[in-house]
Structures are given as C-alpha cells and as structure tokens.
Write a protein that binds this ligand. Structure first.
Ligand code: NAD
Length: 504
C-alpha cells in the first residue's frame, strides 16, 4: 500500500505545536517538504520565527510549575498512556516518517516506531526511580540529603535523519524528570515530531509540556538557544553546528548537552567470523542510507582477510534493492535530499584519484532517476589521512583499509576527531577486551554494529560531543542536584563559629 498519511489534511491548521495545539508559524518564510523519492513537493508550511519560539517558551514556562510539581507516579502514568497512544498510531508514524525522509517502510515499522514506543515505556518507568546518595549525618551534627530537581524549560534541537527517534530521545527524559520542553526539529522533516506532540496531548499530558517549533536553524534555532527562559540546551546534529550552539549557549551560562557527528570504525581481525563481519559491514554502513551517526564508515581489515572482505562486501552491496520507500521489499531508499545526495557523490568523485571504487559510486537511472538515490559504494585502498576517512560523509559509502598489527588497528581506529561509536570483530576475548578499553568512543560493539537499547546510554567522546541520550544517564542529565542540610543540635553558638568569632 502506498502512503495513506496526508500532511496537507493533517496539518491544515499549521505546522507548529504550541501550548497543546497546532498553529501556523509567523516568520513570513515558507518551507517546502520534498519527497526525496520523487523530488516532488508534498507540503508547504510557514516556518517558526523568533516570535513563535517566544510563544512556545512562554507556554513551556507556564506549564513547568504544575508538571514539575506532579508526583513521579503521576508523570509515569502519563508516559505509560503516551506509549499506548503511540502504539495505537504506529502505522501513521511509520508512514509519515518514510514519507518525509524516504526511509524504507520496513525500517520505519521495524526500528524507528517500536524503538520510540519502547523508549517511552522505559522513561515511564525511570520517572519513578530518581536516585540519590543516602541521607546521613555526615558532619555528626547535621542531616544531609540530596534532592534531584527538574531544571526548567529545555530547548532542544534535532536533525533530520531519525526525526521521530530524535524527538523521543530529547523529549522523554526531559519530561520524565519534570521539565517542560520546546523542540526544534530539522525544518526538512517536521511531521513526526508534530504527531509525537499531538500523541502526548491525546495521552493527557498538560498543554505546554511538549512544544514543537519547526523553524530554520539561524532564526528559530538561535532564538531558542539564547532565550533567557531556556535553562538547558540539548542539541543533536553536526559537529560544526554544535560548535556554534555551544558558543551561543555559553553566553547565557545555560546547561548544554551535545550529540554530534560520528565516523565509526569497524575493525576486523584475522580470526573474525568473516561472513558475520561482511554482513555486519553492509547492514551497518547502509542502514538509513548511511545517514546514521553511528553507521560503520571506516572498515580496517587485517591483511590476510582484506581482499576477501573487499570482494564479499562489494558482492553483498550489489544485492541491495534500491526502490520506492513504501515497497516492503525496498532495502535502500533515497537520501534526504538531492543536495545531500550531490554532496555524498562529490566526496566519492574527489576520492577516485587516490582510491579504488570497488562498487557503486553513482546515482541510479531509470525509474529512480528523479529521486535522491545513490548506489551502495565501497572505496578500497584509501589513505588514512584522506577526506573520506577523516570527514563524515553521511551516505551509503564504506571505505576500507588494511592493517597488519593490533596496535596499528587500534591507533587507526582512534585517528579521527570523532568518537561516537565503533566495533571490533574477533573471536579472541583478549583482543575484544583490549579494543573495548582502547577505542575512544561512547559505544564499542563486539561482533555487531548498530543495535541500541533504551536501558543503555548513547553519546560521544571527543568531537562527537558530550552528554548521554537514552538510559538513566540521560534522565539524570535533565535534573539538577541540590544538597539539603539540617542542623540537628538546636544550639545557637555552633562550634564552627570559632572561625569567625575566635574563642568568644
Ligand atoms: P545540522 O547540524 O545541519 O542540523 C541539526 C539541527 O540544527 C537542525 O534542526 C538545524 O535546523 C539546526 N541548526 C542549524 N544551524 C543552527 C544554528 N546556527 N543554531 C541553532 N540550530 C541550528 O545536522 P543535520 O544535517 O540535520 O543532521 C546530520 C548530523 O547530525 C550528522 O552530523 C550526524 O552525525 C548528526 N547526528 C548525531 C547524532 C548523535 O546522537 N550524536 C544523532 C543523529 C544525527
């Protein structure tokens, strides 16, 4: 079945969600949403401008006392109801996500949507488990304890590659902890964040707890980061924009959480199950068209198995079916836009002079010629200092390099500015443990690459940022810790007053 989700009908009232309802933007600038599979405009809306951001922050601020004052159990119940509404509307979410991103429908149905429902139930549980150190008489004369408190209005900014999951990763821990939020998704992909906010309202979350402003980065994004009533900025996107956001947020001393770009290494030792590594490399480099911050991008393969790996990966890549995102048989859809496809293609063109294009390296023609498609591409014999090894391409392109020793493999794996994720492939537990210790990344998989789970943290080292999404670690980031100290002596002249009054 072709898509049944009709954005023009659904968002007839506007593509901003402020204080519990859909409203139009007031920036005066229109934004087209383009179906990347066909190049056709499927929806046009008015972007949010600074005035819309101000209205959304005001709504979030007004909702904060009530929501942060609710009991953990009340917030948990609301999140459980939210998860139920998301599950009921799962097919709408899957279709809207595939429509705006060009994502294969089996990916939206099998990963993005169930992952989001699972995240919601996880944070419904986490809401009731605020942890702190024990209350005790540490000084002898006082009782001390720790309160974990909500921070206030959170301003969040998200990218276009997993719009629904990014909305969930930003919104859920923040509101589970009692904050209220204004999320600015990428202006290219407004639909599923709006559906997510509508589902929150349908589940009974108070108006103003979740607000969505679909606006441009320089305009709505910068207003959100610098708004005086925003107590914390949580940003996911490229390292370049993350640096700009960090500069802006530092001016106001607000809290900052940055989830930035990645360039994950995929290290294959000579004792690995090569069939598993080949399948893992193809799946992990092509998931979501390679537009995944943790995607396998740099394969380092020990020399005895290098040529076989290159040959088998290329052969498997050639079996991947490009096509209509709404066809359940499609493995790989278009990239997010024609401009992004051209950027990916330009990386490959520049690499031709110094590397071997084993397969791919072109856009398909025929029935797919109008879409932003690009063939799965394998570049071999690439130099470590080349652009395709050091920079984030964010497309279906895997580069592969040989290595000789374990020391060399781990050195090369760490030799980029990024540190978001990595994998090592070996049957040797000593090699595996060494890789997990020495690779500088927020996640290291052994004999797999990509799976994520709600209970475990996701976040970067180095230029991939700081702060964690998912798990109790993210929940804790959206709280602030207060030390409360009670005097137990009821004595007017405390012993420590000596330091001021001497022996009087
Ligand atoms: P991007 O950095 O171009 O944009 C991200 C968001 O920032 C968008 O909403 C954009 O409108 C906004 N923005 C742009 N300029 C801004 C400004 N000056 N001030 C405030 N906001 C601004 O990224 P993208 O192209 O949308 O997404 C791809 C990038 O996201 C990749 O680098 C990818 O690795 C990264 N990413 C990281 C993670 C992670 O968890 N670390 C997850 C997904 C994507």
């Amino acid at each position: 079945m072709r898509n049944r989700f009709q954005p023009r009908d659904h968002f007839a009232a506007g593509a901003q969600y402020i204080d519990g309802r859909l409203v139009p933007g007031t920036s005066g600038s229109g934004q087209d949403v383009v179906d990347p599979a066909s190049g056709r405009t499927i929806f046009t809306y008015e972007l949010a401008g600074p005035a819309d951001v101000d209205a959304a922050v005001a709504a979030a601020r007004a909702a904060f006392p009530g929501w942060s004052g609710a009991t953990p159990g009340e917030r948990s119940d609301a999140l459980h109801r939210f998860a139920a509404v998301l599950a009921e509307r799962a097919e709408d979410f899957a279709q809207a996500e595939s429509l705006q991103c060009g994502k294969p429908i089996k990916l939206s149905r099998g990963f993005d949507v169930p992952g989001t429902v699972d995240n919601t139930t996880f944070f419904a549980g986490a809401a009731r488990h605020l942890e702190g150190r024990a209350a005790a008489e540490y000084s002898g004369d006082h009782t001390s304890y720790v309160r974990r408190e909500a921070i206030g209005v959170i301003g969040s900014i998200a990218p276009w590659n997993y719009p629904l999951q990014m909305a969930a990763w930003k919104i859920l821990p923040a509101i589970a902890a009692g904050n209220t939020i204004v999320l600015k998704p990428s202006e290219l992909t407004p639909f599923t964040s709006l559906l997510f906010a509508e589902a929150a309202t349908a589940a009974g979350l108070p108006d103003g707890v979740v607000n969505i402003v679909n606006g441009a980065g320089r305009d709505a994004g910068e207003r959100l980061v610098t708004h005086p009533d925003v107590a914390m900025t949580s940003f996911t996107g490229s390292t370049a924009v993350g640096k700009r956001v960090a500069e802006l947020a530092t001016g106001g001393v607000s809290r900052l959480h940055l989830e930035l770009g990645g360039k994950a290494p995929f290290v294959v030792f000579d004792d690995a199950d090569l069939d598993a590594a080949v399948h893992g490399a193809v799946a992990a480099s092509l998931i979501n068209g390679g537009q995944d911050c943790t995607a396998a991008t740099r394969a380092y393969v020990q020399r005895p198995v290098y040529e076989r790996f290159v040959r088998d990966v290329a052969a498997l890549m050639e079996t991947v079916r490009l096509g209509d995102p709404f066809d359940p048989a499609t493995d790989l859809g278009p990239l997010i836009s024609h401009a992004h496809r051209d950027r990916v293609a330009a990386f490959v063109e520049r690499a031709r002079a110094t590397s071997r294009v084993v397969t791919g390296g072109e856009a398909p023609g025929g029935a797919l010629a109008d879409g932003a498609y690009y063939r799965p591409t394998l570049l071999a014999d690439v130099a470590q200092d080349s652009e395709v090894v050091q920079s984030e391409i964010f497309g279906p392109v895997l580069v592969v390099l040989p290595f000789d020793s374990d020391d060399e493999a781990l050195r090369l794996a760490n030799d980029t500015p990024y540190g978001l994720a990595a994998s090592a492939w070996t049957r040797d537990t000593y090699r595996a443990h060494r890789a997990t210790r020495e690779i500088k990344a927020g996640c290291v998989w052994i004999n797999d690459h990509i799976p994520i789970i709600s209970e475990m943290p996701h976040g970067g080292y180095k230029s991939s940022g700081y702060g964690k999404d998912m798990s109790v670690y993210s929940f804790e980031e959206y709280t602030q810790v207060k030390h409360v100290m009670f005097d137990n002596t009821a004595v007017a002249r405390k012993d420590w007053h000596r330091t001021v009054f001497g022996d009087r």
